[in-house]
Ligand binder design. Sequence first.
Ligand SMILES: O=C1O[C@H](COP(=O)(O)O)[C@@H](O)[C@H](O)[C@H]1O
Length: 260
Amino acid sequence: MAKQPNLLAFPNVSALARALRTYIIQCQTAGLHRHDVFKIAVSGGSLLNTLAQALLAPASSDEDVVKFNKWEIFFADERAVPLDHEDSNYNLLKTELLDKIPENMGKPTVHPIDVAHLDDTQELADQYEKVLVNSFAARDSVKLPIFDLLLLGCGPDGHTCSLFPGHELLRESDAWVAPIEDSPKPPSKRITLTLPVVTHGVKIAFVATGEGKKEIMKKIFEEANGLPCTLVNEGAGDRCTWFTDAAAVDGVSYPRRGSL
Ligand SMILES: O=C1O[C@H](COP(=O)(O)O)[C@@H](O)[C@H](O)[C@H]1O
């Protein structure tokens, strides 16, 4: 039987953020060992505040250093809006994290969407796929890009990235990046990494906090239901780890751990 995803539950977001940092640094070390760079894809949403809390804390030892100058940050999904728009995932990452990184921590390389193509989401997705092709090698030599880490959020409906429940995009098996024009959550026009790319990551981590995630967490961990987050769990198995707080997993019947 395929190995199961890991569900970590912490008493609060501060404890979660400390563990998330340790986990990210382990992924960073593995990435640097693999190719001297750390390739991470991040979602938007509530996760970014917790991520900033994790990464901006002072290092506790030489092994605990975030080496931002070795990071390449990609977007697991993005909305088709200007980069300074309030709905932009880039804008959120910038305000939550990038603008707060002290100079002595180094600067990550960040790959935003090309806003010249906001009116054509297929072109926007194709251009972003080219960014991946340039970074991960040509499409004809690698079947799928392999991120060192994908750090994802989980919507209260079970969506992740811009992969929504029941949407035909869940069956996309060729494109690395796909457009969506009918997102049930506004804004409607977006681009997203596809499911095969997400489940192909070396490591995949979800961050889900707060009572608002409790009902969907029960569905994801207690039923086979075809929800996007469930599909990631099924595709990634024990390469997938959930970082949750007590409120998000209250009543969830699934074995949990309280540390890495
Ligand atoms: O629309 C989106 O929502 C999800 C979940 O966000 P949250 O605020 O409920 O945690 C996010 O992961 C995704 O990147 C974003 O585009």
